[in-house]
Unconditional design. Sequence first.
Length: 616
Amino acid sequence: MILQALYEYYQRKAALPDSQIAPEGWQKKEIPYIIVLDADGRFITIEDTREGEGKNIRTKQFLVPAEVKKTSGIKANLLWGNVEYVFGIITPKNEKEAKTKNKIDKEKLRVVEKQKAFLETLRQSFPDERSKTIINPVLIFLENDPVSKIMENESIKDTWVQAFENNANLTFRIVESENIICKSLEYAIIQLTSENESDVEGICLITGEQKPIARLHPSIKGVYNAHPSGANIVSFNLDSFGSYGKKQNFNAPVSESAAIAYTTALNELLGKDSRNKVQIGDTTTIFWSQKKDEIEDIFPCLLSSQDDPDAEIRAVEQLYKRVYTGAQRSESKNKFYILGLVPNKVRLSIRFWHQGSIPEFEMKIKQHFDDIEIVRSENDVGKYALFWILSAMTQEKKVDNSPSGFGKPEYKQGTIAQKNKIDNLPPNLAGAIVQSVMNGTPYPVTMLNQTIRRIRATQKITRIQAGILKAYLNRYYRTHQTNEEEIKVSLDTNNMNVGYRLGRLFAVLEKIQEDVNPGLNTTIRDHYYGAASSTPVTVYPQLLKLKNYHLAKLSNPGRKIWYENILGEIFNGIGNDIPSHLSMEDQARFAIGYYHQRQDLFTKKEKIETNENCEE
């Protein structure tokens, strides 16, 4: 089903009048340097196709014959390759890796064989006279000491050194033509592709047609942490993986054309500039729709962080607008696909795969944002993307800020990039959350545990963290049909859960302390939050005694009565006995109660100050 959906995507893109997807037998490849020759094979110059400066340097992509499948053997690409394949000289990087003289000598012989393979591929691939005329300048150049010809040209010395040291990819262009030589030989390369089809025929699993079956499938690149040379979804490289005497990918028969189509589509979706790819933790996630739809523009904003801070907000607004106005056409059968890939050595593992109608996905995403929504301050515009949800569960790095290096460790307060590293989260967590959102199932319990652990470590509760806990609990209640009432977006004075009430109580006690001691650097939250949220009986007697001391110091009698009324209302739900221990779920309710009450107290404070100013 996955391969079939990718095959259909390729057909859809290839059918477009202005299609940018690579045709069968071709691929888009970054080629940083082009060797320019004249019609007689004389060297003219080396063109540098890179643009930009520093980290923003981008290499231009060209349409070239598809890369051959390489393992440890020597196989040359057609009309393009790296410096070692094109010129047969060992590069500094390869020489350094060889280390010993014996290994270096062997590697020098090996790169000579690489160039022989490159030249032989050129000669054998274009036997007709028309093709020979086009390819002859390249053969003449490569067969007559090409490196010395390049070194004679002082104007391109720096360009050549960069290409040589990086073992960069190269291709060729005849000076009279604006296009690389591959374009001039397009007709011959298309014919060559059809001639190189497998001799083994069978029923293709993707198309259902009787066609030549691919022994090996093209490599897939662009997956985070995958093998640099590419990886595969379909791969049988050992005899133990085979069955019924079949070898390699004949065990999963896919035709040559279908294999090229689905891998080309996958490489297009995984491309560097792809708008259909986001990184979620260790999972590279791609998505596409059966037909062009606005959700392809909305979806990436809901998963990853964006350079535009307003992108997420606009995406959510657009999503809600589509759902409520019926813009998604509820009767539409247009499908939407989401594929999560993680590397497994030279193979790719499917972390998750979701397919369904676009209206179904929109409603599930909307439900996710409804679950995670919680009251916020006026200045908090809100962040919705999964990146921010994951970063809210990540432990901040502790550093020693004391001059001697032996002081009390403190949490490093730096940039978002420093604080929100999500690499140390459980590897399956991001994928599990995506699956919960797309399936409408309960969130993983790890999401609850990680968030509570982060809160206890930092002694702070952010809006995102409170929203995560609310979403986890509410979806759990809804799915398991418990008697627990769903947690509301803002303060709920009717919620009688003891964890929620104790969290509210802690927020009020902290606010009283802050009112008595304006500008206080540390409050009871910094010293007692962990114990108050897990073993409340150990700290609340002391906190309540401290409360009496603080209330006595309040100079405003009206505010004192106001606080006592709030405390009385909260205690009505707690009873006489403070529990000795709170479960993880109740610790989550404690955090939400604390957050709700803090937001409400600051709102109430503004109202009180306004009333006092009016009386004066």
